[in-house]
Design a protein. Structure first.
Length: 230
């Protein structure tokens, strides 16, 4: 099987590179590199293909809601759309001491009283430590941990996401300051780069350079990275 060949081409001058970078060294322009790739090796008389096709799901018609397992806690069931969906993963986040563990204990007790506690798995603790203890792979892995730990998450994710699965990460544009931290002197950040910002820049670079992921950053609020496991 041939290896997929990726090339990043400057849209201003046509210079090509084997990986993405913020500045084109040939013409000096910023953010002009665009990914071009092919599943077949380039050869004489053959031009590499451009872009990738994705089949979109038709949203027309009536949708059927998935069966749900109610926790018995009214507000929790309300924010989960009526309860837990079989096979789904629910991330509960918040500041330390806000009551995450208390809520999960209450939900577990309510599920036990309803006789369905064996259908729900609850893990409380450091996210990366919990993930390292789990040996199975997931269809979707969502990352919104402490920002200095983002590179650790990037190193762990390939072994925890099935091929075709998604690794979704929040806050990867960080108010847009990643542009300055990545080396663009024309952008003036609101804050000077700190440990969090440097870790996010490192994380973004790790995903884009890794052969394990097909990655894009969605400019939604503070930036959401969606990486598909190859």
């Amino acid at each position: 099987m041939s290896k997929r060949h990726l090339t990043f081409v400057c849209q201003n001058c046509g210079a090509a590179y084997n990986r993405w970078q913020g500045k084109c060294e040939a013409c000096g322009e910023w953010n002009t590199l665009s990914e071009e790739g092919s599943d077949k090796p380039a050869g004489p008389g053959r031009k590499p293909g451009k872009g990738r096709l994705f089949q979109l799901q038709d949203l027309a018609g009536d949708a059927q809601d998935a069966p749900r397992i109610a926790s018995g806690i009214g507000e929790l069931d309300r924010v989960t759309g009526g309860g837990f969906v079989r096979g789904s993963v629910l991330l509960l986040g918040g500041d330390p001491g806000i009551g995450k563990s208390t809520l999960l204990i209450q939900a577990t007790a309510a599920l036990a009283r309803a006789g369905v506690a064996d259908r729900i798995q609850v893990h409380v603790g450091d996210a990366l430590e919990v993930l390292s203890e789990r040996k199975e792979q997931f269809d979707v892995l969502f990352c919104d941990i402490d920002k200095p730990d983002y590179p650790r998450a990037a190193r762990m994710a390939p072994e925890r996401v099935r091929r075709g699965g998604l690794f979704i990460t929040d806050n990867t544009l960080w108010r847009g300051d990643v542009v300055y931290a990545a080396g663009n002197p024309d952008y003036k950040p609101e804050y000077q780069p700190d440990q969090k910002l440097r870790a996010i820049v490192e994380f973004n670079g790790m995903l884009y350079q890794s052969p394990d992921w097909f990655t894009t950053i969605v400019p939604l609020r503070d930036g959401v990275t969606v990486a598909m496991r190859l």
